[in-house]
Write a protein that binds this ligand. Structure first.
Ligand code: SER
Length: 315
């Protein structure tokens, strides 16, 4: 069996997805890759780890060759808030690395590629409630523009080269295992970290801000289910809508306070408010459900309980 490579293994998704892949495929069969950040102890102890910059095609090709890679999970990216701080870097990192991955996958006849897209492909002209799978796509961030271009690149490589590339439009992802920052949905992670640390949080979006969200275990399961589904079940080669929850920042704060009665949250919106406002309130993921059986498991109470317990045990 050829091995799997997880690029961006030290990032938000990678810290959870890499151990899940290793449990499923065997530790030696999953090579974790980071650009600069050292691996977490769990990642380092769990199997092979390499440093590589995915925008460097030759270096990436060497890793692929040396480890006999047949599947790539390409997770490395700058997210929405970091992207607005440095649009040139966001475009370079997000697009050049994807192009390298797709070209190398074709050249080596790889089995599969996974690449994450995001609710950031939507914009203010998209229907905000139960956003359909196929709809208006006019993103207003460089991150969203790069994800949208990436979706079309993946679709093109599937059509042109028959590459089995699959993708999900993740909503805001919430986990206690790592905090990488740089996104707009970060408040839904920070609120738990600050609740445990200080019992108060200053939220950077308004209380009414509602966004689609998902606990990381659901996101990992969605990724594994998508990747193991029969190819003839995959009708979307741009990227699938998936979601689990939609709550406002006020509802999230109230849920945290239910677990920690002393917790207080105030609200001081910054530039990320405009990004949040440009994204949908809720997502229609019925195509993912019909094609490969997607259903979420974590509701808000389960998510809050898991986050608070996980962070309390860690500290
Ligand atoms: N979580 C991402 C962000 O906030 C959205 O994909 O940028």
């Amino acid at each position: 069996m050829r091995r799997s490579l997880v690029i961006g293994a030290v990032g938000q998704i990678g810290c959870d997805l890499t151990p899940a892949l290793r449990a499923r495929l065997g530790a030696e069969n999953v090579v974790a890759a980071g650009r600069k950040t050292p691996p977490t102890p769990e990642l380092e102890a769990g199997g092979p780890f390499v440093f590589v910059d995915a925008t460097d095609r030759a270096a990436l090709a060497e890793v692929i060759e040396a480890h006999d890679i047949g599947t790539i999970y390409h997770l490395a990216a700058l997210m929405s808030a970091d992207g607005e701080r440095n649009p040139d870097l966001a475009w370079q990192v997000n697009m050049e690395s994807l192009k390298n991955v797709l070209d190398l996958a074709v050249a080596r006849g790889m089995d599969q590629v996974f690449w994450p897209s995001s609710i950031a492909v939507f914009g203010p002209t998209t229907p905000a409630e139960m956003t359909p799978q196929r709809t208006v796509l006019e993103p207003t961030t460089i991150y969203g523009a790069s994800k949208l271009a990436g979706e079309h690149l993946c679709h093109y490589y599937h059509l042109r080269h028959g590459l089995d590339v699959r993708s999900l439009r993740y909503p805001g992802l919430i986990t206690y295992k790592t905090y990488s920052g740089g996104g707009t949905t970060d408040y839904a992670v920070e609120i738990f970290i600050e609740a445990i640390r200080a019992d108060r949080y200053r939220c950077f979006v308004t209380p009414e801000t509602r966004l689609p969200m998902m606990y990381m275990d659901d996101a990992v399961r969605a990724t594994l289910d998508l990747m193991t589904a029969d190819a003839d079940r995959i009708s979307v080669r741009t990227s699938y809508n998936i979601t689990a929850l939609s709550f406002t920042a006020a509802e999230l704060a109230a849920e945290v306070a239910r677990h920690r009665p002393g917790f207080t949250c105030d609200f001081a919106p910054d530039f990320r408010q405009a990004i949040a406002d440009s994204w949908p309130d809720s997502i229609d993921d019925s195509t993912a459900n019909a094609d490969w059986g997607w259903t979420p498991a974590f509701d808000l109470p389960a998510l809050a309980e898991t986050m608070l317990a996980g962070l309390a045990n860690r500290d």
